[in-house]
Design a protein around this ligand. Structure first.
Ligand SMILES: [Zn+2]
Length: 322
């Protein structure tokens, strides 16, 4: 019933846009998702809007920005925020793929979460990013974080399967395959980031979900959008809801820079048979953040906050108790 209601909402929003050729009025759109316009706050941009519900998550949008803040967390958009007759506008794709999953739940095609595949990025001949002064590699950091995450998830009652349990090379295609073979309900790929040569200061957290069909990936610049739907696109709503929950929890636990919930057509996300995300838990190449990542206490924070984000997502998609 709720799913049907969401479809009706989508249609209703589509019908009321006539004024804005580039998209929907933000205020009208999110009002249909239960939000109302809130007062602006000191320091808000000249052309900005706040929407929310009392005690619920709030939304901040600013003209020309390529992201919105959802409960303070940056979520990258397909199209920058527009403006028409002194009201902000959003694209139809962003309404469907960002705003509906985050403000109207549970996400479509999402099932209850029991079994989770954890994918420690890289391994064996592929070390991933390396912090040379610290002699510390991404493949070691992801494997250790995965072990910590497993304990944290099992405490919540989830079943956990790994794509690798030691320092071995695993083909990219084999990782999502495992999720299908074991009929997993979620797939979590763990990574740490790296900047270009000579950059030892870039830092912060990114959580990626699969780019929806017809949309450009966050990192692809002006490249043409692929219109082909991948298997993983069946879970666009769940992917976004999961990514946002994890990104928010990591930022709260670490106080790290927010580089946003982002979109990419990563090989491990495209063929997925369940919702999934790829987490970049900080820059191993950064002098400061790299030293933190090399410390077990930081990796424990990453593991615990990823687990908390998963728990939050799972509570959202759990069928209502009779
Ligand atoms: Zn990586």
């Amino acid at each position: 019933m709720r799913r049907f209601a969401a479809i009706l909402l989508s249609l209703a929003a589509a019908a009321q846009v006539s004024a804005a050729s580039t998209g929907y009025y933000l205020g009208d759109s999110v009002r249909q998702l239960g939000l109302r316009e809130l007062d602006r706050q000191r320091g808000d941009g000249a052309e900005s809007e706040r929407h929310g519900v009392k005690g619920g998550i709030g939304l901040y949008a600013e003209h020309n920005r390529e992201y919105v803040l959802v409960d303070g967390v940056k979520v990258m958009l397909e199209d920058s925020i527009g403006s028409l007759r002194n009201h902000l506008t959003i694209s139809r794709l962003d309404y469907d793929k960002v705003f509906v999953p985050l403000f109207w739940g549970p996400p479509r095609a999402a099932t209850a979460v029991h079994r989770i595949v954890i994918d420690p990025g890289h391994g064996g001949k592929d070390p991933g990013k390396i912090n040379l002064p610290l002699h510390y590699s991404e493949k070691a950091a992801t494997l250790d974080t995965a072990a910590r995450l497993k304990i944290s998830l099992e405490k919540q009652g989830f079943e956990v399967i790994f794509t690798r349990v030691k320092d071995v090379f695993v083909d990219l295609d084999d990782r999502p395959d495992l999720a299908a073979r074991y009929k997993a309900d979620l797939f979590i790929s763990l990574h740490y980031n790296g900047a270009g040569a000579g950059d030892s200061t870039s830092s912060g957290i990114e959580t990626y979900c699969l780019t929806p069909a017809g949309q450009r990936s966050t990192n692809s610049g002006k490249a043409k959008a692929s219109t082909a739907a991948e298997p993983g696109n069946r879970f666009d709503g769940g992917n976004m809801a999961l990514a946002w929950s994890i990104q928010r929890r990591i930022l709260a636990a670490t106080g790290a820079e927010d580089r946003g919930v982002r979109r990419a057509r990563f090989a491990v996300l495209r063929p997925l048979s369940c919702p999934g995300v790829l987490v970049e838990g900080g820059f191993i190449s950064s002098q400061k953040e790299g030293a933190q990542i090399a410390d077990g206490a930081y990796r424990q924070k990453i593991a615990d906050s990823v687990a908390a984000g998963i728990g939050e997502y799972a509570a959202r998609v759990r069928p209502a108790q009779k």
